[in-house]
Design a protein. Structure first.
Length: 283
């Protein structure tokens, strides 16, 4: 595996692959890699001849008071994990390379509709930062495929919508959430949790499953189910941010006729913000 940090080096390597008729899959990350990230790389390897991974802690998607400076940076460990998977190229740009004019002078992309609500309310400007950096990375890497985890489902829908609306020639491949044995979704932010807090955190996924079971049994009382879920989370020691039962395609509140649903949830455990979701088919 080769690690490059300049645009020229990245483009030179990818250009050679393309000239040789090879396909390229891309996995954008912010580093501090875990098995969830590695499952994205494994999927990328299964669909393309070459795999590019980026590690870039994107300042544009962090709001005031969020953990940009504290966000874990573990490049050497990440490189070892990616090398073990026979990753072809690692791109590690700095903010000066991605945003040479600075954030205040940077053009940005705003994805309407699916970026509203949920994390879009809790983290104003977050999806603007996500869409902008992913679009820029797509332009730099020019992949045929890009793999994103379903844990950040709203982010996945934002990227899908951006690609469709702007006619970006990249096929977006979703990858199922990787979980610990307890059901807790793998996340870089889990590293902030103590063992005791991880036990508490698993209640989030348990609650999602209970709500899903109620919906699948014919209970359509969405307000009551939402209140019940928030009450359970609070009783367990979590502070709910949102718990929304929505139509999977639009991420708008579910109606009686909707059959493809998803529950989107976020909750704080101390200073750590956990997100998770669960897809439900009512056909």
């Amino acid at each position: 595996m080769q690690t490059v940090s300049t645009i020229q080096s990245l483009r030179s390597r990818v250009k050679a692959w393309k000239q040789a008729g090879l396909t390229v899959a891309f996995v954008p990350t912010m580093g501090n890699l875990h098995q969830g990230h590695f499952s994205l790389v494994e999927k990328a390897k299964s669909v393309a001849d070459k795999v590019v991974v980026s590690i870039f802690v994107n300042p544009m998607q962090f709001g005031a008071g969020e953990d940009l400076d504290k966000y874990p940076r573990t490049l050497e460990q990440d490189q070892l994990g990616l090398e073990a998977l026979d990753t072809d190229l690692l791109f590690t740009p700095t903010p000066d390379i991605i945003y040479p004019k600075g954030l205040d002078a940077q053009s940005y992309i705003e994805v309407l509709g699916v970026s509203e609500g949920h994390c879009g309310v809790s983290r104003p400007g977050h999806f603007r930062g996500v869409a902008t950096v992913v679009a820029k990375l797509f332009n730099l890497v020019q992949p045929d495929y890009a793999c994103f985890g379903e844990k950040d489902f709203q982010q996945l829908q934002v990227i899908r919508t951006m690609v469709e609306d702007l006619s970006i020639p990249v096929e977006i491949i979703p990858v199922a959430t990787k979980r610990l044995a307890s059901g807790l979704a793998m996340s870089s932010r889990n590293g902030y949790l103590s063992d005791e807090e991880k036990e508490t955190a698993k209640v989030l996924f348990q609650t999602l499953n209970e709500t899903a079971a109620a919906l699948q049994s014919g209970n359509g009382e969405i307000e009551a189910l939402t209140l019940e879920a928030n009450t359970k989370l609070t009783a367990a020691g979590l502070q709910p941010d949102y718990y929304n039962i929505v139509a999977r395609q639009t991420l708008k509140p579910a109606n009686l006729g909707d059959k493809q649903l998803i529950i989107l949830a976020a909750a704080f455990l101390g200073n750590v913000r956990l997100i998770d979701n669960l897809q439900i088919n009512l056909d």
